[in-house]
Design a protein around this ligand. Structure first.
Ligand code: HH2
Length: 288
């Protein structure tokens, strides 16, 4: 079993790339904010994503969209814990999208097994110690500043080179705080302190992130840099999102973080069939 199979086992033997379904329990996320008014509605959406082929779910209670208002630790936990409680029996790993060590710790106690730190240990490095103590997986993402400042921090000489160096440093810090390298995933952070061209350069050169020796997670789902090709609102951006998902698979991504699980499940199967020049066996061509 390789590291990724241990952290996020794949549910469909025909598909190599894992699908991480996004479950935001926020009023203000850029695409699905306010979608679920209650923990029960969020859990129902989670179950739908699992039926559609999600290999893992990423629960978030603090939006990271530009200029989002920060959320207190208490409020983040008030939003997350009831949903985790309802998903105790989930057949897939649960990830928590947080930058706060205490939130991560309580969520790991409540059943999560991965922590998705979009700050790449800049906000609260203690988050790595919490993961180390509990044997949890840790996603390290590249960004600059925070949601309030990141839109002004988009000047790069070479965005790929600079985010690679950042991720290399973040891996070293996490390992120094006790996280085994085998429990770490990396993410170039599309849309986080990046101008549109930076996101395109990252997708175009995604293979360079494989040099870090860790599975690469990509989150392009319905982000605003796709507006030029698809639609002005996130609701219009499915086709461009699927195109970037297929290209990310070609670029060596191991995990796609997505809002639309069923569509990605099918798009990834098709992309991988072409990459492998092998049709998916007819009996399980459309598992959902
Ligand atoms: N993108 C978002 C949030 N968390 N985590 C990782 N690792 N990579 C990403 O690209 C990423 C992420 C933003 O998307 P979303 O959760 O849909 O929106 P919001 O932050 O507004 O809740």
């Amino acid at each position: 079993m390789d590291d990724l199979d241990r952290l996020i086992p794949r549910r469909d033997p025909n598909r190599r790339t894992r699908i991480l379904g996004i479950l935001n329990v926020t009023p203000d996320s850029f695409h699905d904010g306010g979608a679920d008014a209650s923990p029960e509605a969020a859990a129902a959406r989670a179950r739908r994503m699992m039926e559609e082929g999600a290999d893992a779910l990423d629960l978030g209670a603090e939006s990271t969209r530009p200029n989002a208002d920060p959320v207190s630790e208490t409020e983040e936990l008030r939003r997350l814990l009831p949903v985790l409680e309802l998903l105790q029996d989930a057949p897939v790993p649960l990830s928590v999208d947080t930058v706060k060590a205490r939130v991560a710790e309580r969520c790991l106690e409540a059943g999560a097994s991965l922590v998705n730190d979009v700050s790449g240990l800049q906000h609260d490095p203690e988050i790595a110690s919490v993961c180390a103590e509990r044997g949890a997986g840790l996603v390290l993402m590249h960004m600059r500043g925070d949601p309030r400042t990141m839109s002004t921090l988009t000047s790069y000489r070479d965005v790929v080179e600079e985010s690679l160096r950042f991720l290399e440093g973040a891996i070293d810090r996490a390992v120094g705080l006790g996280v085994p390298e085998s429990d770490i995933l990396v993410d170039p952070g599309l849309g986080f302190a990046k101008a549109p061209e930076h996101n395109l350069q990252i997708l175009n050169r995604l293979r360079e992130y494989l040099s870090l020796g860790r599975p690469v997670l990509v989150g392009a789902s319905r982000k605003s840099f796709l507006a030029a090709f698809d639609g002005p609102t996130s609701a219009d951006r499915l086709e461009a999102t699927l195109a970037t998902g297929a290209l990310a698979v070609l670029g060596g991504a191991s995990v796609l973080r997505v809002h639309d699980v069923r569509a990605h499940h099918r798009a990834v199967l098709a992309t991988e069939a072409v990459v492998n020049a092998q049709p998916v066996p007819a009996e399980n061509a459309l598992p959902c």
